[in-house]
Design a protein around this ligand. Structure first.
Ligand SMILES: Nc1ncnc2c1ncn2[C@@H]1O[C@H](COP(=O)(O)OP(=O)(O)OP(=O)(O)O)[C@@H](O)[C@H]1O
Ligand SMILES: [Mg+2]
Length: 369
């Protein structure tokens, strides 16, 4: 079994990350299909898939609840497109001590306007949804796709950041329920708020204060939750797969992502080298000796003028591309060692339907598995 197959077979959560446009969404969907093929109840949590892949996965409409995709496998395949806004609303409803307080928050103008844009909120909601799906126990395997931004991995740190925010002194000051305390700081606070009001308008300030006060008593729930999510991601139930292509810039980004994961205390358990040019027999990657680009180039020269000359020249070109690709990968492979490198060829067509996913799977999970 390749390790990727082992992950699809055994883990509860697989996070696919890497630079933009390298095949993260395709890989996440293909891995969930593999889980279903292995008899598991698999769900892919995706973000902004290509239109046709979304259609193939039955995600024609943006939806925050999993939809089932029928297919020829013993397990189940589900997919959902993450909608962070409605996840946040659901969370507010859960932790509010009563429906009135929930409505006060949900109806707050500030909440409506900026909750989704607050730094870290999007990311936190992604982990929150993940945790919810995990806790429900409906799925044996949840495969998470990540968005095409350099800060895509921020969501991994989101639970900790939220906990830090809740411990923040300014936040505590604003939600602090005791009047005495408010009175004590009122002079300074009032002066501060007056200045801020002049800049952003007093309505914004009263909305903000109302917003934070509405959260009163809910921090504990949020904080515990954040701790649990963090623990889950760091547990052996979760695995991280790094995807990249062989282009030099993508590999450099890959190194950045690998470093980021390490900073957060996560280990890359498989490196997927996607969209590789063909390798012809043994020798590609060695750089010299028979079966190398150099050797083929010499043979092409020796056979110049015969019909075989141009063919060897062509083979030499292909080998050179492959050698270069391997050279680009070397540093990244070393950085994530002992994680295995799973090589996936450049397919003839786009991956935008279940047939395309099946083809991708033939490379990711060879039949011997
Ligand atoms: N092995 C492959 N061979 C050929 N095409 C591929 C392969 N893998 C992915 N693709 C194609 O590459 C494009 C990008 O793939 P995908 O959308 O999965 O990448 P992504 O990393 O999720 O992108 P983004 O970062 O924009 O979300 C798509 O058109 C997909 O069909
Ligand atoms: Mg994508």
């Amino acid at each position: 079994m390749t390790s990727l197959a082992a992950l699809a077979q055994e883990r509860r959560i697989i996070v696919c990350c890497g630079p933009g446009g390298v095949g993260k969404t395709s890989l996440a969907a293909a891995t969930a299909v593999e889980g279903a093929r292995r008899g598991r109840r698999a769900c892919v949590v995706t973000i902004d898939p290509a239109r046709r892949l979304a259609d193939a996965l039955g995600l024609g409409e943006l939806t925050n609840t999993p939809g089932r995709i029928g297919g020829d496998w013993p397990g189940e395949l589900w997919a959902l497109m993450l909608d962070t806004g409605s996840t946040f609303d659901a969370l507010v409803r859960r932790y509010a001590p009563n429906p009135e307080q929930a409505e006060a928050i949900l109806g707050n103008r500030l909440y409506r306007n900026i909750a989704g844009a607050l730094s870290g909120t999007q990311e936190y909601m992604a982990t929150e949804k993940l945790y919810e799906l995990h806790e429900e126990g409906r799925f044996d395997l949840i495969v998470v796709d990540t968005p095409p931004t350099r800060n895509a991995l921020d969501f991994l740190d989101a639970p900790r950041r939220l906990a830090r925010f809740l411990d923040n002194r300014v936040f505590r000051l604003v939600v602090m329920p005791t009047r005495a305390y408010l009175k004590a700081v009122s002079v300074a606070t009032q002066a501060f708020l007056r200045t801020v009001s002049k800049v952003v308008g007093s309505e914004v300030i009263s909305d903000a204060v109302a917003f934070f006060q509405a959260f009163e008593g809910m921090e504990e729930g949020f904080r515990d939750r954040a701790r649990e999510v963090d623990g889950l991601l760091h547990s052996s139930s979760a695995a991280f797969v790094l995807v990249t292509t062989a282009r030099r810039d993508a590999v450099e980004e890959g190194l950045f992502f690998a470093g980021r994961l390490r900073d957060y205390g996560f280990e890359v358990e498989a490196l997927v080298a996607n969209r590789l040019h063909p390798r012809f027999g043994a020798g590609s990657g060695s750089g010299s000796g028979s079966g190398s680009a150099g050797a083929d180039r010499e043979r092409a020269r020796a056979l110049a003028g015969t019909p075989l000359g141009p063919l060897f020249a062509n083979l030499a070109d292909f080998r050179q591309v492959a050698e270069r690709e391997e050279a680009h990968f070397a540093a990244l492979a070393e950085q994530v060692a002992p994680a295995p490198v799973v090589r996936v060829p450049f397919l003839a067509g786009d991956v935008h339907d279940l047939e395309g996913l099946a083809e991708l799977n033939r490379s990711l999970f060879p039949p011997a598995d």
